[in-house]
Design a protein. Structure first.
Length: 83
């Protein structure tokens, strides 16, 4: 039996095409609520499947809003690099 994870990480990001999986274009309803873009697909696989974290996506409109979410504690980290 596989036990559910009780660890959660909040990842902030914004729409950043291209997408590999079709469900990423229908965010937040596909792929168990993934974030948008290739970076998000990679982050989701590593955190959820390899590290056993539940992933909560904090979706924002742009890079400034992303940094604001990190500074205010609304998210734990992002996979998007600094400008």
């Amino acid at each position: 039996m596989v036990e559910a994870s009780n660890r959660t990480v909040r990842v902030v990001g914004f729409v950043n095409p291209p997408f590999l999986l079709n469900c990423f274009t229908s965010y937040p309803n596909g792929c168990t609520n993934p974030g948008p873009g290739l970076d998000a697909e990679y982050i989701y696989v590593v955190l959820h499947y390899l590290m056993d974290y539940d992933v909560q996506w904090v979706r924002v409109k742009d890079r400034n809003a992303m940094y604001n979410a990190l500074e205010t504690g609304a998210a734990d980290f992002t996979g998007v690099g600094a400008p």
